[in-house]
Design a protein around this ligand. Structure first.
Ligand SMILES: Cc1cc2nc3c(=O)[nH]c(=O)nc-3n(C[C@H](O)[C@H](O)[C@H](O)COP(=O)(O)O)c2cc1C
Length: 350
């Protein structure tokens, strides 16, 4: 189903997608990294052989060689084709899942190849669709079919939309829409934030309406209030740059509120330690977006492959150093929480 929409509207959306990448590079507000407030216990007598460390996991019914996902970034304009081909090559090389960027433009017929290239490159690897959580069911089905996706991410991005001059203002009906989609589509649904965090309360609500996967998309990395602010010449949103639930806090809240959920940790994950800490706190996978986009566009494919290799290799090192032969073993590592993260965990007013 291709939307009937004017060429000029498509052009505007393509320009917006390009500006998101340009403004991502211009954005410079550095949120505090709450992962620094987590300390994992070193185990100097793990009795493990490094060659036995197994970082593989089953995610969305397929084997992933590492518990890391390349998360949704882009699609729908010409420049996205190369970016997505390269990101997909990385996902294929390390046999990890990848999500495409929002398919709203693809559903309007714009540069569909920039999404399809991900499936074409990956073969039967894990590819995840991405649409807004308020997308009509029929279009969600088309997005899934477009890339023969293994799952679909429904993104929640109210904070981003509100700072966009042309953004959505009506968020009514989204819960019902998510519920309807989850009941009707043939693949798992992942409800995903884009950098402002999912609360424990929301995780519980999502679980109650039949959702089994969430991607918490917490604060600490890519900041879409700032990215949109840089495109907005009408209002200044710089005083909102600190908005959002920090990733590790969101993660702890969601794990506690809904232990049965498959939780994906994301938002500000930049290094192996952040990945391993996420898994120790109870996430199933951890994702990277901004950090890999930077490596790829600033330093080229070769450097991004080296970055990924080292991130995954160090993930294995930290598994050994915490006495964890498998990803599941990480759940038994002793975790200490200090500083601002601890304060936050004790700070509930109501
Ligand atoms: C340039 C750029 C574009 C993005 N576009 C999308 C998108 O289309 N859909 C989506 O759900 N998330 C999108 N994201 C958000 C990421 O998937 C992720 O949730 C967020 O960037 C936090 O992770 P990070 O701190 O590792 O970048 C985008 C991120 C970046 C950097």
């Amino acid at each position: 189903m291709i939307d009937k929409i004017s060429d000029s509207k498509i052009r505007e959306s393509e320009i917006r997608k390009r500006q998101h990448i340009e403004n991502f590079f211009k954005s410079c507000s550095e949120a505090k990294n709450y992962f620094d407030d987590i300390i994992l216990e070193n185990n100097s007598m793990s009795e493990l052989d490094f060659s036995d460390i197994d970082p593989s996991t089953i995610f969305l019914n397929k084997k992933s060689d590492y518990p890391v996902i390349i998360n949704a970034i882009t699609g729908g304009f010409e420049g996205a084709l190369d970016i997505n081909r390269n990101l997909a090559l990385l996902a294929k090389k390390f046999n990890i899942p990848i999500a495409v960027g929002s398919q709203s433009l693809g559903l309007k017929g714009a540069c569909v190849e920039s999404y399809k290239i991900v499936r074409e490159t990956l073969g039967d690897g894990t590819v995840i669709s991405n649409v807004s959580a308020n997308t009509a069911l029929e279009k969600v089905v088309c997005a899934i079919e477009m890339i023969n996706a293994d799952a679909v991410q429904l993104h929640l991005n109210a904070a981003q939309e509100m700072c966009m001059k042309e953004g959505d203002r009506n968020f009514k009906g989204v819960v019902k829409n998510i519920e309807r989609i989850a009941k009707s589509v043939s693949v798992p649904v992942i409800v995903k934030e884009v950098g402002f965090g999912i609360s424990g309360k929301l995780a519980k609500r999502l679980s109650e309406i039949g959702i089994s996967y969430i991607d918490i998309g917490g604060k600490g990395g890519t900041n879409f209030i700032e990215i949109e602010d840089l495109r907005n010449d009408e209002m200044d949103f710089s005083d909102l740059y600190d908005w959002g639930i920090p990733t590790p806090f969101s993660l702890v809240q969601c794990v506690k509120a809904s232990p049965g959920l498959n939780i994906v940790s994301s938002g500000g994950i930049k290094k192996a330690e952040d990945v391993v800490k996420s898994l120790c706190l109870g996430s199933k996978m951890a994702t990277i977006s901004g950090v890999i986009l930077k490596e790829l566009l600033l330093n080229g494919y070769g450097q991004s492959e080296k970055f990924m290799y080292e991130l995954l290799y160090k993930t294995k090192i930290l598994m050994l150093l915490t006495g964890s032969r498998t990803v599941d073993d990480l759940k038994n590592v002793d975790v200490f929480i200090k500083g601002d993260l601890k304060d936050l965990m004790d700070a509930k007013f109501r």
